[in-house]
Design a protein around this ligand. Sequence first.
Ligand SMILES: NC(=O)c1ccc[n+]([C@@H]2O[C@H](COP(=O)([O-])OP(=O)(O)OC[C@H]3O[C@@H](n4cnc5c(N)ncnc54)[C@H](O)[C@@H]3O)[C@@H](O)[C@H]2O)c1
Length: 465
Amino acid sequence: MSYPSRRTVLGGAIAATAVVAGGAVLSPASAAPARRPGQKSMVGVPFEAVDTVRVGVIGLGNRGMGMLGGWAAVPGCTVAAVCDIRAPRAKTAADRIAAAGKPRPAEYGGSSSSYQEMLSRENLDLVYIATPWEFHYAQGKAALLAGAHVGVELPIATELDELWDLVDTSERTRRHLWLMENCSYGRNELAMLKMAHEGVFGDVTNGHGGYLHDLRELLFSDTYYTDAWRRKWHTRSIASFYPMHGLAPIAAAMDINRGDRMLTLQATATAPRGLADYRERHVPRDHPSWQEEYINGDLITCMISTQQGRVIRAEHDVSSPRPYSRINSLAGSRGIMEDYVPVGAAGARVYLEPDHSGHSWRDFTSYRDEFDHWLWKTVGSQPNPGGHGGMDYILQWRVIQQMRAGLVPDIDVYDGAVWCSPVPLSVQSLDNGGRPVRVPDFTRGRWAHKRPGLDSRQSEMPPVA
Ligand SMILES: NC(=O)c1ccc[n+]([C@@H]2O[C@H](COP(=O)([O-])OP(=O)(O)OC[C@H]3O[C@@H](n4cnc5c(N)ncnc54)[C@H](O)[C@@H]3O)[C@@H](O)[C@H]2O)c1
């Protein structure tokens, strides 16, 4: 197979202006705040190398507890401290680590400020945050100020000023904070990224991703999300709460922050029907959820334009009956890929010139094999304790080995901020009748510089002991 070179593709004739549908572009709060004296970019800044990475975990519910075994298993990583507002969960986590034959981590818990006690007492290299969304910003900022690098579950923050403050605090403390975006390490997603970079799609013009997951049963469960925190978000605002699992891989394939940037975002919302309908049919009348009114639209769609004239459609729906999908579709002048359609072993389909003709879809599997990322050929081919088909452990392994080797992180605070910006920007757009709003440039101009990201090379990485 012959493909145009990456240089040809990136230097191609894509229009440098964004296509913005429908009306004037609003620009609320999009201007970059001035940097304080001495504050500098974190673009391309390597971790300081450490032999053993000491991790502290905040939040030990479904996710935090699920990731615990991975942190304990990654070579060169020690779970030094665990914290949950519910002290028994910290004890359970510490018991599990000790039962796995590892040193027992220090336990913190019992109050909403226990994490601050952990941050002030422990000398941590990395803090991993897996609490409800409303705590991510304050806990992430506190961990940076305590001198740690910080990996935050989705989203890193939910307001624009908070996203900017995390960027600024990272720049001031010289510590990295990033989104623990595990799906960016998915096997199909990484192969799609390499194909985009090697020109298989020609000039990439558009992509679609999202988070389409029927969570209704879990949202109404009294034992899954602690204090029903996730359902309560649906009573507060009309927003794309969590599109990042599908948006981030598309943004990476388009080199957002690495040669392109998101320019505008325009949101639509359908009526809120799914949760109330589910409650009506499945939830007893004396359940506390009957006091709630669900206002978030079932399907929130964000149309995002980029500086290089590309378009991204990012969707979020967790309240409708449907099979799971992150969409993962990327298209350009030479072809298209669509994930989540069961064609072949890789579960995705392609149509790529010059290999294909005749207007019919083909199996993605041979392309996935040809463009398989080195992380999947090495770490991903070994048994591991992580969930989500192995990508959770690959993310944890990669983070820890980058810290040990003193490399630049694959995902930085600017990626985290722009990937999470649809949360507040969808609210702004919908508040303004669905008109487009500007996406801030969190890099303050560095987006135009080509630089590596998730598409790394194994050769840069020393052997892992
Ligand atoms: N990346 C993924 O694939 C993935 C999967 C699931 C969840 N998540 C994310 O993980 C996060 C947690 O989700 P979850 O499903 O585990 O929720 P959960 O309700 O099961 O767990 C949250 C935990 O945080 C604790 N907590 C709450 N406030 C705290 C505080 N102030 N200090 C310390 N602990 C506190 C709770 O006691 C609970 O144990 C969310 O951001 C969610 O979006 C990510």
